[in-house]
Write a protein that binds this ligand. Structure first.
Ligand code: HMG
Ligand code: MG
Length: 298
């Protein structure tokens, strides 16, 4: 397996979906272009969910139809159902992400459906995606804890992951939605899932609520995972998971991967500039330590 880690940048979706401030379309497009210019290869651009549920991303069509194209760059959009898939396809999206959870209670709050029902909703999406040659990522939320249910048995994560794999997801991202996990727990969860789904198909997605995200990533790298989600400036959270903070910051992840000799070819200085710029537009500092370190050392 490749030693280089593939970073999936989720800030423009996972981050902006949770901001009180609605970022204007032009600024989102600027953010996406700047991220692409850093050399990132996988960027989640937006979400074709209900604008009533997530008004922050109600401009999904306008954003998706103006994305720059570049060889080797994959734009991904979230779709909760067939309607979302159709909207995404109508504006040329070629990679989609469906999303469910390991916890029944969370799934009901997040997409108004139980786990089984959500999987049934994905079935036509996956069938159409296969016929259309569209790449599909499947997210599982609450893999290390749920804001409503508390503990989430590892067996529940494994069961949902197996189903998404059998249904034809190209990649499955394991999400610690509320950022409560710690390294040994993260590793044990990943190991259990990798017993059923090839590890090459797995990604990890940590929110940094308790400052454990980077340590969790490290443990999962040791376990063999090579795809990691993160968000520029540590943007993010989840509107249906109270108290969940942003994702692991991409610049912090990249810095660690460089030290490990596993970094993809991404321009760290440009990434930090982008982190500062988008954070300033939201009226704050980037959440990352690397952005802070750059400020004092440059
Ligand atoms: P619902 O209300 O149960 O759906 O919502 P419905 O089928 O009864 O439809 C209700 C209305 O929504 C109808 O319109 C539909 O047409 C419309 P109305 O007749 O009332 O005018 N509708 C849609 N509109 C636009 N696009 C669509 C769509 N589908 C239905 N695709 C639904 C169900 C899934 C739509 C809703 O619950 C929803 O949009 N939820 C989004 C939740 C969300 O975006 N959560 C955040 C993303 S997940 C996440 O952040 C976790 C992750 O980062 C990993 C981790 O950290 O764990 C991925
Ligand atoms: Mg998330």
């Amino acid at each position: 397996m490749s030693e280089t880690v593939r970073i999936v940048e989720v800030g423009p979706r996972d981050g902006l979906q949770n901001e009180a401030l609605i970022v204007p379309t032009e600024r989102k497009l600027k953010l996406l272009a700047r991220l692409a210019e850093t050399g990132l290869t996988d960027i989640e651009a937006t979400s074709f969910v209900s604008p009533k549920w997530v008004p922050q991303l109600a401009d999904a069509e306008a954003v998706a139809s103006q994305l720059p194209t570049r060889q080797g760059l994959r734009w991904i959009a979230l779709v909760p159902n067939e309607k979302g898939y159709e909207r995404a396809r109508a504006v040329g999206i070629g990679a989609v992400a469906v999303f469910t959870a390991a916890s029944e209670a969370f799934n009901r709050k997040n997409i108004n459906a139980g786990i089984e029902e959500s999987l049934e909703r994905f079935r036509p999406v996956l069938e159409r995606a296969r016929a259309d040659g569209v790449w599909v990522r499947g997210y599982i939320s609450t893999v290390l804890g749920c804001p409503y249910q508390g503990e989430v048995p590892v067996g529940d994560v494994v069961r949902v992951a197996r189903r998404l794999h059998e249904m034809g997801c190209d990649e499955i991202s394991l999400g610690d939605t509320i950022g409560v996990g710690t390294p040994h727990k993260a590793r044990a969860m990943l190991r259990a899932v990798a017993g059923e789904v090839p590890i090459e198909r797995l990604a990890v997605h940590f929110h940094d609520t308790y400052g454990q995200a980077l340590a969790n990533v490290y443990a999962c790298l040791e376990e063999g995972v090579r795809v990691v989600d993160s968000a520029v400036a540590g943007l993010g959270g989840c509107p249906y998971a109270q108290g969940a903070s942003g994702n692991l910051a991409t610049e912090d992840l990249l810095y660690m991967l460089r030290g490990l000799g596993r970094a993809p070819s991404v321009d760290l200085a440009r990434l930090v500039e982008t982190a500062r710029w988008i954070a300033a537009a939201l009226g704050r500092e980037p959440a990352s330590r690397v952005a802070r370190a750059f400020r004092t050392s440059n």
